[in-house]
Write a protein that binds this ligand. Sequence first.
Ligand SMILES: Cc1ncc(COP(=O)(O)O)c(C=O)c1O
Length: 421
Amino acid sequence: MLESSTTVNIAFKPAIDPPPFRSRFVVDDSKAYLDGNSLGRLPKRTKDLLQQVIAQQWGEDLISGWNAHWLSMPRRVGNKIGQLIGAHAGETIVSDSTSVNLFKLASALLQQSGDRVKIITDRANFPSDLYVLAGCGESGSRELEFELMDLETCGFEAMSRCVCEAIDDATALVSLSHVHYKSGFAYDIESITRAAHQRGARVLWDLSHSVGVLPMQLSAWNVDAVVGCTYKYLNGGPGAPAFLYLRSDLHALLNNPIRGWFGAKNPFSFSMDYTPSPEIERFLVGTPPILSLAAIEPGVDLVLEAGIEHLRERSIQLSSEFIALVSDRLLALGFSIQSPLDAAMRGSHVSLGHPHAWQITQDLIQRFSVIPDFRAPGTIRFGFAPIYTTRDELHRAIQAMEASIQSQSYLNFPADIRGVT
Ligand SMILES: Cc1ncc(COP(=O)(O)O)c(C=O)c1O
C-alpha cells in the first residue's frame, strides 16, 4: 500500500478522448461515472432490443418464441463471451448467478477429486465466493481444509508465486478471483493453472472483475473452469445472468449438483429419469430469464467490436494516469493507494484508502456528481471501463477529492455506513 511518505513516478501515455464507443451508450455527461466495475452503463442498442423482444417475441410470438429465439440463447451469448476469454465454441454458457455457478462447478470438481482435501483460496476473496466454497466444504462426503492466501503476508509481487507454492498433492481445488474485487490485483492465471495441474489439482477462476477488460486465453492455458458476471464490464444490466466455462474434455466427467430439467439431455421429453446433457448445457438448471439474457448480448457485442486488446491498452492508460495524479496530489491529503502500481498486475479499477473513505464517497457522489463506490471498512474504488470512461471523468474525480478534503465538506455526511454504493 502506498502512503503519503512515499513518492512514486508512474509513466503513462494519455488516453485519447472521447473513446469511440462512448456514443453507443446512454451517457449523462453531468456525472463522472467511475463505477462500471460494479454496474456497467446501458448500451443504446439494449434499450431498443428489449423493446423489440418484449413487443414482438413475447407479445406476438408467445410460446413459439422458445423454438424461434430463446432456447439457443444461453449458448449463443455464452459463445460470444467465450470469444472474449479465449474459449472454444461450446465451452461457455450463460446461466444463473456467479455464486450459483461457482457452487455448481466447485461441487462438481470436488466430487471428482478423490481423497484430496485442500481448497486454496484468498482470505480476502469476494465474500460470496468464500461462503459458497465453505458450503461446498461442509456438504461433501469428506472434510475439507482451506488454505487462505494472504496479501498482507505475500505482497502483490509474490502473491501468484505464493499460491503456486501452496499447491501440493493434497490440493483438490484452487479457486480465486482473477482480479480481486477490492485491490484490483490480477492473479497470473496461466502460471497458477500450470502449477495446479502439475500437482493434479483443478482450478476454478472467478472472472467477474476481468471479463471485458483483460485479454485471456483460457483454452491455450488449459484452464479447467471459470465463472463470471455480466453486469460489470460487459454492461449486461442489473442482476443480469452470469456465465460459466468448462473445458470440453470435462463436460462428460463432471456432474451438476443441481439437477434441473434444462441440464437434461432432452428437457422436453419430460422423462422421469435424469440423463444429463453431454454438452455444456448440463450445467444449466431451470428456465433461462430471457429478458435479462437478451439484455446481455448488445454489451458483449460492443466489447467484441471494440477489441479486447485495445480496451486493455486504454484501461492501462486511464488507471496509470489516475495513479500518477493521486500520487502527485492526494497522498499528501491522507489517501493511500491500495492497488498494484505495476499495470501488469492490475485489473481495471484502482482503490484508494482514507480514514474518512465513507464520508468522502458520499461527498463525491452528492456534491460533485462523481460516482465511485465504497467498500468497507475504508476503500474507495474507481472503475475505468475503457469502452466509455473518459480522462475528463478521472480528472473530475481527482479534483473532487482534493476539494472535499481541502474544504472538509465530507464532514457534512454522517460517518455511519448505510445502503449500497
Ligand atoms: C468477484 C465477484 N464474485 C461474485 C460476485 C457475486 O455475483 P452474483 O451476485 O452474480 O452471484 C460478485 C459480485 O459483485 C463479485 O464481484
